[in-house]
Design a protein around this ligand. Sequence first.
Ligand SMILES: C[S@@+](CC[C@H](N)C(=O)[O-])C[C@H]1O[C@@H](n2cnc3c(N)ncnc32)[C@H](O)[C@@H]1O
Length: 305
Amino acid sequence: MSVSVEVQPRPHEDAESGYGGSAHAIQYHYDVSREFYRLWLDETMTYSCALWEDGDDLARAQHRKIDYHLAQARAAHARTVLDVGCGWGALLRAAANCAMVERVVGLTLSPDQAAFVRSLGLRNTDVRLESWTAHEPIAPYDAIVSVGAFEHFAKPEDSVADKIAVYRDFFRRCHAWLSVDGRLSLQTIAFGSMKREEASAFINNEIFPASDLPRLGEIAEAADGILEIVQVRNDRLHYAKTFEVWAQNLRAHRDAAIDRVGEDVVKRYERYLKQSSMGFYMGKLALYRVTLRPISARWATMAVA
Ligand SMILES: C[S@@+](CC[C@H](N)C(=O)[O-])C[C@H]1O[C@@H](n2cnc3c(N)ncnc32)[C@H](O)[C@@H]1O
């Protein structure tokens, strides 16, 4: 007798790939309310670690970060640019303004973000409500940037081997999508001195469900033989400061925030912003900006005398 069992995806698991950060899990966080995020993010609505220099305000530091990634991905020489996890579109806007760029593609799982970016009417820009696991480019990309999305690719139940396999799948696809001289500029939070078992249940359950952070070694192992790591920097103190400024902004607009999303949500975000800032200050969390380029099959197989 054969028994057929219909396997249902867990609520936060991607039905197609089984990876972390399903559309449902992403919308839980990013579609809380755009007006709420507007109260404490900068005017570009960038929701990731900034790149600070003395005298910067938040918006200046976010523009600096965007310029950094576009430079690392060599967007000034690119005709096609992909942003995996494009948020509310600040990097897409900057990419579309690069002189040689003819086509910019942004991927997000948040309907609110996709609708907002479409409303901006950016030149030569296609924003897609689509996971990277489902993306099929119509032509190679000269530059790929992904800022703050990698944190969602694996889920807490994954074994370390499962996590590395997910990251390797992402890197393989980037390799296949990039032109020979292309670059990937990746930014992700990672575990620093904190062990995976010590991860905050509050953040895992109430802030970013179905998401798990990488370790630097897992990123390196996943890229091995596919993408060459050109540069890595750990800017954890930049994220401590970014979270601190977001927390100050939320404090300054607390009443308006409560009007929009209610006091429980505001308290939850206050706790998350404070806990995250402390985690980066103490080195429990790291913030990696990693530049990678495809390993050419031609060179990889050639013996060096
Ligand atoms: C923290 S936000 C960062 C947004 C933007 N890069 C920024 O710096 O403001 C994470 C983004 O990753 C996107 N994302 C997460 N998982 C994704 C996936 N599997 N495919 C495409 N986008 C994804 C989310 O929809 C969101 O836009």
